[in-house]
Design a protein around this ligand. Structure first.
Ligand SMILES: [Zn+2]
Length: 593
């Protein structure tokens, strides 16, 4: 006889599989593959019985790419739950193995199969479900059961003997190397394990290339070219000088047109004329600069130029576990309904993010690795970074937190904390990912209420600037607005960066220890002195004559604002100076190769 069960299924490992990546495409593919596995779970559950109900995540078919989380909660009907669980599990494993469609030489077949099978860590648990009983209690039981299953099952240690380790994860043995069939996928001397190769080979074709870091850094500049018929023509001619499948945006930087870089990118020098490429690029750069200058003079817009830095942004809903467990719901709400509603709003927000955050011609500029609603990972060019971040945060409130009004306790807001790493396009991606993650953690531990953002700038020189602050001040104003103001004033050369460099130097001389003091009183104690010194420096840093007094007053007010806001947040002087330095960097990115 059929019985009802609460059924929980999880797929892993998540973070390590996604984030052990050498290229942006690896990162993207890892998240797609995992999302497709959860989608497989959901679809199999529904296929088994149309009456089965998915509680979490919000399942939808909207024609687009949906990022599903790695767990699924459902209510299912079956006469044999063990059979049911094993069946779903076998389908997921089948789906994962089937992604490996390459011809492997027979001597490697066994190890490839083993690597794929051993990689995936899936778990399921189930408890009998009684509609008449309290859903919340039954749900907690389900989570508890899952917790103990995960604790008990020890993982078999993999011993694959000695040999070269995979270049991507560094853990498994490398079994796939460059050969005639995969020469566009692997670099010379690169060796991958089977599961990492799965990512590299995922949907890799002309139409489905995830933007590389250079392409993100150059997004604005390229948009300018593509919107100008004449420039676009030159650009297309330029791309055509490269053999099929070998062009990427790093070849828009002059310093990358060298034999050794072409070789490293698997471009056979026999088929190209390096001089022709060099000349065409010079034409493109010259013409673009010319038109950008005209544009700048006529429209008074910020200069269009080649940038070499980009941002990787990660965010994660604050206290997500508590929200899902209903701790912030009012006591009288239908818990299951509340859970389903929160999943739905998260899903709708994720769809909004994906529809609006694009690398071309959008108000929000960026490229999404994944957007699951409560979590996000994506690349953004620096020009629109601050606006994009603010919009993501604002919409999160409007589309999720505000809409939960009928369920949540009145004074609770569902918020998120973000980590941002700004890096040079050549900085190893793994380094950038771990920095963005570290920033996300810093943001979360910045204050008890979380709801913060932490930004790190890693310069090519090795210098690092970190700043962390809550998104809004006590009046609800966004702290990023002031950062944007400074960025624009320096970027359009209304101010030089002297006042920032000097205050940094002076505070450093005063005592490095002072800047590190965490107490609020340090910022308060030195406030008058620092603000009046800054005002003096600002007077001297203004580069324009027209409306000078007004412009200077605006800058002074902005700087005081920032100081007060950070002081209000129990911040410290080092954080304050880093905030200014990051704003300055965004406005006046240095020109480095
Ligand atoms: Zn690997």
């Amino acid at each position: 006889m059929n019985k009802k069960y609460l059924f929980l299924y999880t797929v892993g490992p998540v973070q390590s599989y996604i984030e052990q990546s050498r290229k942006t495409h690896d990162l993207y593919a890892g998240s797609r593959i995992l999302s497709e596995l959860t989608e497989c779970v959901i679809e199999e559950i529904i296929k088994k019985n149309g009456a089965n109900e998915i509680v979490f995540p919000y399942y939808r078919k909207n024609g687009g790419e949906i990022s599903y989380p790695n767990r699924c909660v459902s209510i299912v009907e079956t006469d044999d739950i063990n059979n049911f669980g094993e069946y779903i599990d076998s389908k997921v494993k089948q789906s994962f193995s089937s992604k490996l469609n390459l011809t492997i030489s027979s001597d490697k077949e066994a190890i490839c199969k083993r690597q794929v099978e051993q990689h995936l860590k899936t778990f399921w648990s189930a408890v009998l479900y009684d509609e008449k009983r309290n859903y919340k209690e039954q749900y907690f039981n389900l989570e508890k059961t899952m917790g103990s299953i995960k604790n008990i099952r020890a993982f078999e240690q993999i011993d694959e003997g000695i040999g070269k380790r995979c270049n991507m994860c560094g853990e498994q043995r490398a079994v796939i190397f460059k050969d005639s069939r995969n020469k566009y996928l692997l670099k010379n001397n690169e060796g991958l394990c089977t599961v990492c190769y799965l990512k590299r080979a995922y949907l890799k074709n002309e139409k489905n290339i995830f933007p590389c870091t250079a392409s993100v850094s150059l997004a604005n500049w390229l948009e300018f070219i593509k919107n100008d018929e004449e420039l676009d023509k030159i650009y297309k001619q330029y791309i055509n000088l490269f053999p099929k499948n070998s062009y990427n945006e790093q070849f828009l930087y002059r310093h990358n047109i060298t034999k050794s870089i072409f070789k490293n990118e698997n471009i056979d020098l026999k088929y190209i004329k390096l001089n022709k490429i060099k000349n065409k690029l010079e034409t493109l750069l010259r013409e673009t600069q010319k038109r950008a200058k005209i544009n700048e003079d006529n429209l008074k817009c910020t200069p269009i130029r080649q940038r070499k830095y980009y941002a990787l942004v990660a965010f994660d809903g604050d206290s997500m576990g508590k929200w899902i467990a209903g701790e912030y719901f009012r006591k009288d709400v239908d818990f299951k309904q509340a859970q389903k509603t929160i999943s739905k709003y998260l899903g709708e927000y994720a769809d909004w993010v994906k529809a609006n955050l694009k690398i071309t011609n959008q108000s929000l500029f960026g490229s999404v690795v994944y957007a699951g609603g409560e979590d996000f990972l994506g690349f953004m060019p620096l020009e629109n970074l601050l606006d994009t971040l603010k919009e993501l945060r604002k919409q999160f409130k409007i589309m999720i937190s505000d809409k939960l009004i009928d369920f949540k306790e009145e004074n609770k807001e569902f918020t998120f904390s973000a980590g941002v790493c700004i890096a040079h396009y050549k900085t190893p991606l793994s380094h950038v990912i771990s920095s963005a993650r570290k920033m996300e953690k810093n943001a979360k531990k910045n204050s008890d209420n979380k709801d913060a953002i932490a930004i790190s700038v890693i310069k090519r020189s090795g210098e690092i600037n970190n700043s962390v602050f809550r998104w809004r001040n006590s009046e609800g104003k966004y702290l990023l607005d002031d950062m944007k103001f400074i960025k624009e004033q320096i970027g359009s050369e209304v101010f030089s960066d002297t006042f920032i460099r000097k205050i940094d130097r002076e505070l450093y001389d005063m005592s490095y220890g002072l800047k590190k003091e965490k107490e609020k009183k340090t910022m308060r104690k030195y406030k008058n002195m620092i603000i009046s010194e800054l005002n003096r420096l600002i007077d001297r840093s203004c580069l324009v004559e027209e409306k000078k007094l007004e412009i200077i007053t605006d800058m002074k007010n902005t700087i005081s604002n920032i100081y007060n806001n950070l002081e209000e947040q129990d911040s410290n002087l080092e954080n304050f100076v880093s905030y200014l330095k990051i704003a300055e960097f965004l406005g006046r990115e240095p020109n480095e190769d």
